[in-house]
Design a protein around this ligand. Sequence first.
Ligand SMILES: Nc1nc2c(ncn2[C@@H]2O[C@H](COP(=O)(O)OP(=O)(O)OP(=O)(O)O)[C@@H](O)[C@H]2O)c(=O)[nH]1
Ligand SMILES: [Mg+2]
Length: 240
Amino acid sequence: MTSIRIGIVGKTNTGKTTFFNAATLLDAEVQPYPFTTKEPNIGVAHVSSPCVCGEFNVDDDPRNSLCINKMRFYPITLIDLPGLIKGAHQGKGLGNQFLTVAAQSDALLHVVDASGSIDAEGNIVEPGYGDPLSDYYDIEEELVLWYHKIIEGNRTTIEKYEKTLGLVEALYTVLSGIKVGSTHIEKALKLTGLIDKPFKDWTMEETRNFAYVIRDVSKPTVVVANKIDLDEAEKNYLRL
Ligand SMILES: Nc1nc2c(ncn2[C@@H]2O[C@H](COP(=O)(O)OP(=O)(O)OP(=O)(O)O)[C@@H](O)[C@H]2O)c(=O)[nH]1
Ligand SMILES: [Mg+2]
């Protein structure tokens, strides 16, 4: 059974593994200090919804999911990643090496500590001390910088392939390994207005903007406001 893959990303200590364990019924390590998860955890969770077999009153035997008592259970592969921190692209914390694993996902869950109970380094502090909104933007910035680095680091290859294959295919040769499709690339080029601009003429700012848009287009993301049970969380939830 093939399934959709969803990567769980976010700042360290926000509760990524706690959510992963609850969704998959696995027992990966959870601790109240930063960088507990050192390697990605992979598990399967199920999304359920009433099955059409009930409506049509027929028996079924689906191949892509399970049908139990007229309820459909769709398997979703969840990938719990080591936490990030501002400056991860410069090697801070555990660095950003695990984003290679996140990039194999079809979509992302970005877990944020809505209560603001972690400081800039990810240590537990009184709720309200930390700022979930800056945490969110810092981690998003790390994701974009990661894409940016891949594009910048492959300039020569992209320029070489652009001559024979064109811009979309040239970018595809470099980005397909991180599950970016040519339709994503085309869409991002149109949105950034770079579709007719030769890659060698892209400014640093244009490349950065393309990285921002390709991250957005290729990895649809849901932001999860976690630790909502703690003081201050509801107030921050409204800001998020
Ligand atoms: N109050 C409260 N605490 C939570 C919640 N989710 C997680 N925690 C606590 O937050 C701490 C960190 O949880 P983890 O699941 O290890 O966080 P993580 O994001 O996987 O952390 P790293 O792997 O270290 O990056 C633990 O003490 C959890 O018990 C929540 O919804 N509410
Ligand atoms: Mg963890």
